[in-house]
Design a protein around this ligand. Structure first.
Ligand code: HEC
Length: 169
């Protein structure tokens, strides 16, 4: 695999994609350091497995593929496996539960969860998805990974109506 070069190429592609998205919604210029945080966040969203060893396909299917002499799958769970197209499309879990689009997520958090009797922030939700969805180690609240992911999710929600506690898309 391409190692460093490959990562550099993907990072550049992510930067270009984010830059185009921003131009598309006609936003005021984003300071370069913030634009970099957004593009790092996009990269994390697509590629980071947070130390998880869970494959997107079931382990049984994977075992068959390996028995067949197929290549061991190298890809592990990421945000994008469930939240397709960088979080812009909706989906469903295998058990039928809805996966919302993340287009307005950053505009509706924090929310009150009646189930757990507490206020859930965007950061809490991200950590919940890493623990429960990716089966990885969640990013720390005040850490660089969290800052980048929040910056990315905010960039998706740019221009959406601010609706604290509101419904997801
Ligand atoms: C296994 C599938 C899965 C993965 C992987 C996953 N999520 Fe989620 N995500 C969900 C589901 C399902 C919901 C709906 C609420 C719930 O069940 O928590 C959700 C909800 C969310 C929400 C709230 C959206 C809203 O408007 O209410 C955010 C934000 C979010 N995910 C971000 C992420 C991020 C960032 C990652 C990667 C670090 C990630 N998710 C990985 C399944 C997943």
């Amino acid at each position: 695999m391409g190692g460093g070069l490959d990562i550099a190429r993907r990072a550049r592609a992510a930067v270009a994609g984010v830059a185009m998205a921003w131009a598309g919604v006609g936003h005021a210029a984003v300071p370069p350091v913030l634009a970099q945080a957004i593009s790092r966040g996009a990269h994390i969203f697509h590629h980071d497995s947070f130390g998880s060893r869970v494959h997107p396909v079931s382990d049984a299917a994977q075992a068959f593929a390996d028995m067949d002499g197929g290549h061991a799958q190298t890809r592990f769970m990421t945000c994008d496996v469930c939240h397709g197209h960088g979080g812009l499309t909706r989906g469903r879990l295998a058990d039928g539960r809805r996966i919302p689009s993340l287009r307005n997520a950053a505009a509706v958090f924090p929310r009150y969860s009646a189930k757990s009797h507490r206020i859930v922030t965007l950061e809490d939700q991200i950590r919940h998805c890493v623990i429960d969805g990716i089966k990885g180690r969640p990013p720390a609240y005040p850490g660089a990974t969290m800052v980048d992911l929040v910056s990315y999710l905010k960039s998706l929600a740019a221009g959406q109506r601010m609706a604290i506690g509101g419904a997801f898309h």
